[in-house]
Design a protein around this ligand. Sequence first.
Ligand code: GLA
Length: 391
Amino acid sequence: MLSPNPPLESLIADAKARLKQHYDCDATLVAVAPGRVNLIGEHIDYCDGFVLPFAIERSIIIVAAPNGRSEARIATASTDEPAVIALDRTQITGSPKWSNYIRGVIHGFNARNISVPGFDAFIVSSVPGGAGLSSSAALECATATLLEGLTGEVLSTKEKALLAQKAEHDFANVPCGIMDQFASAFGEEGQLILIDCQNGEPQLVPFADPSLTIIVANTKVSHELSDGGYAARRKSTEDGLALIGKASWRDVTSEDLAAAESKMDATTFKRSRHVIGEMHRTLEAAELLKQGKARELGSLMYASHASLRDDFEVSCEELDILVDIAEEIGAEGGVIGARMTGGGFGGSTVTLCEADKAEDIAQKLAEGYQIRTGIQPEIFASRPADGARLI
Ligand code: GLA
């Protein structure tokens, strides 16, 4: 029931063969960037909060070769629609839609006075799309890494992640925080990444215990609300902070919120309560992990999910069902904790569990979910993996 993570070597070999088939050239560059799962710290990266994601063993791979033209020609295994991007002019959004992530990253290089030479490329992916696993951040980071190889201009990891985030803002119109691109860029095998979203500094937190693993369960649903819903949540937190009267959520206490409650509508109050609670839960989780107490994370994960469901209202029935089943399996069955991960309104859950029970847990999650929803979920396990790189 656990679907295997396709080995990188075979994905690369496949991409190279398809590049040859499409554009009759041999790859000289291979860029890889992973998707991410967030263990805890949800919807607070845009509130100066702390988040604790990691790069997963699922990646986007771009193989490429210079083509001597003034355009990029890019095909992908996921759609039949290739992209042709003129490189001798200012980048603007265009079609196909997926090419905007690439256009945005090219724009970021141009904005730094780095011109991009023509290239042909083929993209393959093992990151499920629309599953809340940041396939878009992976595409942006893989593109930025490829362009570093093509131009010889290597950015700092932080600058690369910020460039990728700006591409998402300006070319995909999603006002995201920094978590996804940071996780894809800074990922390291065996390490979670505690990101201080106020100063943009990542700190590695070992996920060291080999007897533990993390299961990702994709609900396979993505509710329509998502685009507007994300921006609306972000706006609520800004309204809440303004009513509390502080410059940053980092300085807000539960007492500050209580004092401002009478000025707020009920929704803004609930959103604000989530931000404060999630900030504390994330720091507590990081502390437990540093002390080698990962098995004590369960209550924090369930509380995070409840807060996202009830106060932040970004969960959905399908996510709740997967978390409920995980909780029913419980510690006896090897589950330490579970919660929704990512932006919500569908997407995936993350379940921290005993590695030797992972297969059994995946089976139970799949069966229970299918009975209650009629949908077959996609389930895989992943330990923290390396971030964006050239191979
Ligand atoms: C999306 C955004 C991130 C973050 C999460 C919620 O993945 O891209 O920046 O806000 O949602 O934690």
